[in-house]
Design a protein around this ligand. Sequence first.
Ligand SMILES: [Zn+2]
Ligand SMILES: [Zn+2]
Ligand SMILES: [Zn+2]
Length: 257
Amino acid sequence: MRTLQLTVLGSGTSMGVPTLGCHCVVCESADPLDKRTRPSVLLSYSGKNVVIDTTPDFRFQAMRARLDRLDAVIYTHAHADHVLGLDDIRPYNMRQKTAIPIYGAPETLLTLRRQFAYIFDETPTENLLPSVHLHTIDGPFELFGLTIVPVPALHGTQPVLGFRFGKSAYLTDFIRVPDESKKLLLHLDDFILDALRYVPHPMHSNVEQSLELVAELEPRRAWFTHICHDLGHASTNHRLPQGVQLAYDGLQLEVEI
Ligand SMILES: [Zn+2]
Ligand SMILES: [Zn+2]
Ligand SMILES: [Zn+2]
C-alpha cells in the first residue's frame, strides 16, 4: 500500500487564533491545540514535499514542520490568508537551485500575478525574488506520480478548489459543494473540510453544514479546519459525533494513495 503523510500546517481562520486584540476564552486558552495558524496542509510522498497554499504564517509553519525542501505549491484560491507567504519560498529556490512549480485555477493565477506583480513583471532587480513556474489547473493532474483531483466548490459566489489525493481530500473555504463535486468526495478515509464556527457565514461552511456534508459523504474520518475563536478545541470535540474532530496545527495523517 502506497501512503502519503499529510500534515496540517495551519487549522485557523484568516485572522488566526488567538485573534489580535481578543481576550475571549479560546484566545486566552493555555491549550496548545487552541493555537491556530492560517490554513494549509503539507503532503509528503516519494521524497517530495508539496504544500497546499502559502499562508502569511508559511515561514513559521515550515520551520515548525522542519521542512527542508519544497517541491511544489498548489493553491485553493487567492485570498490573502492562503497566498501571502509566497515570498518565503525563496530559501528553497536558493537551496534547490530551481524554480518551484505552482498550480492553481486560471483566476487564482491571474490574481497572484496582480498581488505579486514584483515577481512577474520582469523589472530588473538585484533583489532575490521567488522563482516559480505557473501551471494552470484544468482537471486532474499528476504531481510526482500522484494524481491530484481538483474539487470545485463555491466560497460565497467565488470559485474555490478543493483537492482529492488517494483516499483523502482537503476542501477549505467553501459554502456550497455542487453535486458533481460531491461525486469526487465519496469513499474517503480522511476528509479535511472547512467549518468556521457555529454561526452561519455567507462564505464559509459552519459546524452544522459541515456535519450535514459529512453525513452525506460518509468519510471514515472527518477533520474540521479554518476554525475561528468561537470553537474551543476540547469543548467542541466533546460535542462532535464519533469520527468527526477538529483538526489542529501539527496533526499528521498517514493516508492511502
Ligand atoms: Zn481562508
Ligand atoms: Zn477570541
Ligand atoms: Zn477564502
